[in-house]
Design a protein around this ligand. Structure first.
Ligand SMILES: Cc1ncc(COP(=O)(O)O)c(C=O)c1O
Ligand SMILES: N[C@@H](CCOP(=O)(O)O)C(=O)O
Length: 459
């Protein structure tokens, strides 16, 4: 019997009620040891708990072989990088209810030139989660959430009239695309003039009901929470733990892409802070189920203009204070009151994690350097690359370490930031790596002059 058939006929999958359940995440802890078990009594966010005993009936070798057997398939739904791990994500759902764009399976890029040239490293990798259906890692979680909504609406069409989110641009793009594909209404709350044009046009094109609100992301988040408490609109932000079940598969995929060898470090840009927890959860499941024997150290990287987690970390986890996030080129992480703060702290404390920050000039320079080595990354990836550069400089990350930088969105969503940088018109920024286009008359002589100048410099 094929492994997939064996699994789907096993009690592991059939008794889904005992397979996964929800508990709350641990509260912010100021003094207990980092390995304390989650406290479920604080009324915090729900978290999906898998029936690990049921999953343990199969050993690590079994799971590795099963997941590996699905790479590259077009078979529904296992062609998706998320649903190829279905047993660990949402085992109970019927394949027919799944809404998927075959997300995941994203490129783990060997950043050879960037690593060698700027960091004296030769084992640096960039996980391009932004090379995806809607251009960001949000697709990984949204396929799970929208599939579950699809299923619930089939059971009772009036239970959920639509799905809503607050967004800095990527969650809304993913939500509206997956909803449109399933014929489910979507409603998005966007902070007016704070997201890129490319991001704004995504939900518009996908037919979402778009509210542009004169506030910041945290203001939109507050409003959507109130609205979804009043109306039968399902909340799609990452405080909904289904999202994180999908997002955690990026961690599993990284291990798989390294033939189940564990990298030393994984660096993730953080805003609302669901993703850093999702990565931790994915790595931890792989260790607990015997696919690997350790987990990497995680680094969460924040923009200095929106750095509540960094400040908390710098205080030795003594004082958390939400803040008003200031404008940053890394606009998708302009978040001052992250909903998953407790989950993030829990994750970081349990993997010897680190939090770093990046100033505006640093993150833009890092983005430009990455692009100059052949990538085309978003400013959030610039934040993560800055964290890497700082940790290399201070010796925390060694030259020989294997490091994965998570690139969270496609650079094409943030072309205006790149245009501003390369035209050198950002106030108080040197734009050191700007590559300005040269205007020239349509005449052979004029073109020759320019090329002679260029060639004399390169000789
Ligand atoms: C491009 C991009 N990078 C990073 C993040 C941060 O992820 P999280 O909110 O899960 O911390 C977000 C969204 O917040 C994002 O859209
Ligand atoms: N960057 C996010 C912010 C919301 O994050 P979420 O993961 O909680 O939905 C966005 O693109 O909206």
């Amino acid at each position: 019997m094929a492994t997939a058939q064996l699994l789907s006929s096993s009690s592991v999958l059939h008794h889904h009620r005992s397979f996964i359940s929800c508990t709350t995440t641990p509260p912010i802890m100021t003094s207990p040891p980092p390995n304390s078990p989650p406290d479920t009594s604080d009324g915090g966010l729900l978290d999906v708990q898998h029936d690990m005993d049921a999953l343990r009936r199969f050993d690590g070798q079994y799971w590795r072989a099963l997941f590996d057997s699905r790479v590259g398939t077009t078979r529904w739904p296992h062609g998706s990088g998320v649903w190829s791990k279905k047993e660990w994500v949402l085992p109970s759902i019927d394949d027919a209810d799944i809404v998927s764009a075959f997300e995941g399976n994203s490129n783990l890029f060997w950043a050879e030139r960037f690593g060698n040239q700027f960091l004296n490293m030769d084992d640096l990798w960039v996980k391009h989660c932004g090379i995806s259906h809607t251009g960001s890692f949000k697709d990984l979680g949204m396929t799970v959430l929208v599939s579950q909504v699809n299923r619930l609406r089939k059971l009772n069409p009036r239970s959920i009239v639509g799905v809503g989110c607050a967004s800095t641009g990527d969650t809304s793009a993913a939500l509206s695309a997956y909803c449109a594909s399933a014929g489910i209404p979507s409603i998005v709350f966007l902070p007016a003039n704070k997201i890129s044009m490319a991001q704004l046009v995504q939900p518009i094109a996908n037919g979402a009901f778009v509210l542009s609100i004169d506030t910041d992301f945290d203001g939109c988040m507050k409003l959507i929470k109130q609205i979804t408490a009043e109306l039968p609109i399902y909340l799609a932000n990452s405080l909904n733990s289904l999202r994180l079940e999908g997002q955690k598969t990026a961690a599993i995929e990284i291990l798989q892409q390294f033939d189940w060898e564990v990298p030393d470090w994984v660096i993730v840009p953080g805003g609302n802070l669901g993703n850093i927890y999702a990565f931790y959860k994915g790595f931890k499941m792989c260790r607990e189920l015997g696919l690997v024997d350790r987990i990497p150290r995680l680094v969460c990287a924040q923009a200095r203009n929106a750095n509540p987690l960094y400040r908390y970390y710098a205080s030795g986890w003594a004082d958390f204070a939400a803040m008003k996030a200031e404008t940053t080129f890394a606009s998708a992480i302009q978040i001052g009151d992250p909903v998953s703060i407790e989950r993030a702290v829990y994750a970081l404390r349990n993997c010897e994690g680190i939090v770093e920050e990046a100033g505006e000039e640093e993150l833009m320079d890092a983005m430009a350097l990455a692009d100059s080595s052949g990538m085309f990354v978003c400013p959030h990836t610039g934040v993560a690359l800055t964290a890497l550069m700082k940790l290399r400089r201070n010796g925390t990350i060694a030259a020989g370490d294997r490091v994965v930088v998570v690139s969270t969105a496609h650079g094409l969503k943030f072309t205006q930031a790149k245009i501003d940088y390369h035209s050198g018109r950002i106030p108080e920024m040197a734009c050191r790596h700007a590559n300005r286009p040269v205007s020239v008359k349509p005449e052979l002589g004029a073109v020759m002059d320019q090329l002679s100048k260029l060639l004399s410099h390169t000789r």
